[in-house]
Ligand binder design. Structure first.
Ligand code: IVH
Length: 685
């Protein structure tokens, strides 16, 4: 009987070990490779610790592939990733493995760790930067490689992208012949917010936090775009043979003198009190820093003592990280309501009992989409945990549960959640496009928030920039039957406007002047203003550069559109669908009649030769002599066509360095020839 009971426990624990290993592997993959974390750091750490404890209690179940035995992998060309991005970087084996840090959320554990160290120990306290680790290799004073952590043993060489970071020196004098500097690549808060704003405008998925944004950015193949996003870096570790200094702190100071970006917050502490003071100071002060931090790193200063302490399989014993608890609060989810966006996307919104979080009152948080609500099994009346995601946007991270997992304060109110099936604004049955998480209201031309939203977008500053037409005025015109589509704007008459409540002669004149001026807005901005799904400002500029008029764009095929940088299959399909819709064509016709610019300033392309006439060319990889955009232009002005995907119709591939493996495979299968940069330039000039 007793034996049976024990084996039951063992079986349960064995199952738990297997389940935790699977869950943590998956979480690592989503965090490091997809840059879309699904578990909070804290939940991840708690599960990892539980797995460590279970494995300790069951040495017979040890497995060297367990996530407790290796660090998470961000390799771009691991077997998992190649299917995801198809991108390739040179893989480099680390000269010294890139380890992780033991971490804890408990100050007591940190103090225990400190107490176990030799009594004369000095501790260097540093900020724990929340980006991604990088190893910079210097050979004879030159920066030669920049390798990501990868799986800890080998990483991706992302040197071209690292070269865009101004703070990183590329050439040094009077330094050891071979050494490495390790540190953290970060996207400052301000750049992160700007990037997410752009992505929102383009209806691209937002980055959850600056760490994910930095990681996504570092893996881009387009260094120009990396530069534009504006990464930065702090370095915190020097590695190599015969390096100067006997302490970690001395080495950091030396690195600072050589010109490396070393944080000013590094401090040598000689007592527990000093360490505690450091932690409590930075717990609040970090909120004023331009970059994200998620804790404090404590390192033994003396390098000899570090050596004596040594390493475990994953972490040094001479360092530990204290992680700041994320600011979170439990509150009641009073009601789930729904918002309709300008493209008809339905966003569920959590209406919360108001709570104080990081100095602001929070009463609403996005619930993203149906899958998100289901994954947490949220119901109206539940108690939920609310966190400041990356400390700005409040987000719901989990459900508050009682000791036995029961719903807190159920009050018999909760019914299983079901997503609405009709539009909350116009009652039209919702549709869910296959492969997309969002439900949409398809009633584009009859659903008020979509109509008003499209007009608001059209008149906005970066689009047609029509002064005087704010959200309220647009609603007023809509309610009075004056505005229904963007084309109606150009039919507004002074008398109609002046008659409306609150709008006198003067306002009417201003609005009409704004409308008149908008007729000079260039074609690229008009294209953006049309509000085609996922066609943001930058994409519109690129499209307008390739297709000099709306007529040329109408004639473009999906494949031709995909030949434009930034235009993937989804965007290309959206453009084609938009330009096939009779209602849109009618709107465009009326805009044209009103005098809105529907073609480029220079009209058609300047043709230089017909050397590429009849040729369809795909560009792939990176180039030494010209940018991809310049090559695209060259193809057009010499009579060729750009295309984004390899097919039977492809005449040849202009192949640069690191050509995408998918394209290479397809080219081999179809027998499409590759042409090098030099060969291409020889052909044209
Ligand atoms: S030292 C062998 N110092 O935290 C020790 N790491 O969770 C190497 N990190 O992989 C790491 N700030 O990416 C160190 N001041 C700091 C850090 C830091 C951030 C990151 C680093 C590391 C991770 C471990």
């Amino acid at each position: 009987m007793t034996l049976d009971l024990f084996s039951d426990i063992d079986a349960a624990e064995r199952e738990e070990i297997i389940a935790l290993r699977k869950e943590l592997e998956e979480a690592n993959y989503k965090y490091y490779v997809l840059n879309m974390p699904t578990l909070s750091d804290r939940a991840f750490d708690e599960k990892m610790r539980r797995l460590q404890d279970l494995e300790k209690a069951h040495p017979e179940l040890a497995d060297k592939n367990s996530p407790t035995q290796h660090v998470g992998s961000d390799l771009a060309v691991s077997s998992k990733q190649s299917a995801v991005s198809g991108k390739g970087f040179e893989q480099v084996v680390h000269r010294y493995p890139m380890l992780s840090l033991a971490n804890s959320y408990s100050l007591e554990e940190i103090q225990d760790w400190l107490r176990k160290l030799p009594s004369d120990v000095e501790i260097v306290c540093e900020l724990k930067f929340d980006g991604l680790s990088i190893s910079l290799w210097y050979e004879n004073g030159l920066l030669t490689k920049a390798v990501t952590r990868g799986d800890g043993q080998k990483g991706d060489n992302v040197i071209e992208n690292i070269r865009t970071i101004e703070a990183i020196p590329q050439r040094l004098e009077g330094v050891p012949a071979h050494f490495e500097m390790r540190g953290e690549v970060l996207l400052p808060w301000s750049n992160f917010e700007r990037l997410n704003k752009e992505r929102e405008e383009q209806e691209e998925p937002l980055f959850a936090n600056p760490r994910n944004a930095a990681s996504g950015t570092l893996k881009l193949l387009d260094s120009q775009e990396v530069k534009r996003r504006g990464l930065t870096c702090y370095l915190y570790y020097m590695l190599g043979e015969e390096l100067p200094g006997e302490t970690h702190f001395e080495r950091l100071e030396t690195a600072r003198k050589w010109g490396f970006p070393i944080s000013d917050a590094v401090k040598v502490c000689k007592s527990l009190d000093e360490v505690n003071a450091y932690i409590s100071y930075w717990d609040t002060e970090r909120k004023n820093l331009p970059v994200a931090t998620d804790g404090i790193v404590l390192k033994v200063n003396n390098l000899r003592q570090q050596e004596e302490l040594g390493y475990t399989a994953k972490t040094p014993r001479w360092a530990i990280a204290y992680k700041f608890p994320a600011e979170r609060q439990l509150t009641r989810l009073k009601q789930i309501t729904y918002q309709v966006g300008r493209t008809g996307v339905i966003t569920p919104v959590a209406n919360l009992e108001p709570i104080q979080l990081s100095g602001t009152v929070v009463q609403r948080a996005t619930l993203h989409n149906e899958d998100f609500i289901r994954s947490l099994d949220l119901r109206e009346g539940d108690m939920v945990w609310v966190e400041k995601g990356g400390e700005i946007i409040p987000k719901i991270t989990g459900k508050g549960e009682g000791a036995k997992g029961e719903r807190l304060e159920a009050k018999g109110k909760q019914v299983p959640f079901s997503f609405i099936t009709t539009c909350p604004e116009c009652g039209t049955p919702l549709v869910r496009v296959e492969g997309e998480a969002a439900w949409r209201c398809p009633n584009e031309s009859g659903c008020k928030p979509q109509i008003v939203g499209k007009i608001e977008h059209f008149v906005s500053r970066k689009a047609m920039n029509i002064d005087g037409l704010g959200a309220e005025t647009i609603e007023l015109f809509y309610a009075n039957g004056l505005l229904h589509t963007i084309a109606d704007i150009y039919d507004l008459r002074k008398d109609d406007i002046a008659l409306l409540e609150r709008l006198g002669d003067k306002s009417a004149e201003n609005i009409l002047a704004g409308i008149e001026a908008s007729k000079q807005v260039p074609w690229s901005r008009v294209l953006f203003a049309l509000g085609i799904r996922m066609v943001g400002e930058t994409t519109a500029k690129k499209i307008a550069k390739r297709f000099a008029s709306i007529d040329a764009l109408k004639a473009a095929s999906k494949e031709e559109l995909m030949g434009i940088d930034d235009v993937g299959e989804q965007i290309a399909e959206n453009i084609v669908a938009y330009l096939q819709d009779e209602r849109n064509l009618e709107i465009i016709r009326r805009l044209g009649e009103a005098g809105v610019q529907l073609k480029g300033e220079n009209g058609a392309w300047k043709v230089e030769s017909d050397k590429l006439a009849g040729k369809t060319i795909v560009i792939s990889g990176t180039f030494a002599q010209h940018s991809r955009d310049e090559y695209k232009d060259m193809i057009e002005v010499h009579g060729g066509k750009n295309s984004g995907s390899v097919s039977k119709k492809t005449s040849f591939i202009l192949a640069g360095e690191n050509m995408g493996p998918e394209k290479r495979k397809k080219a081999e299968e179809l027998g499409v020839p590759l042409m090098s940069e030099e060969e291409f330039l020889d052909l044209l000039f």
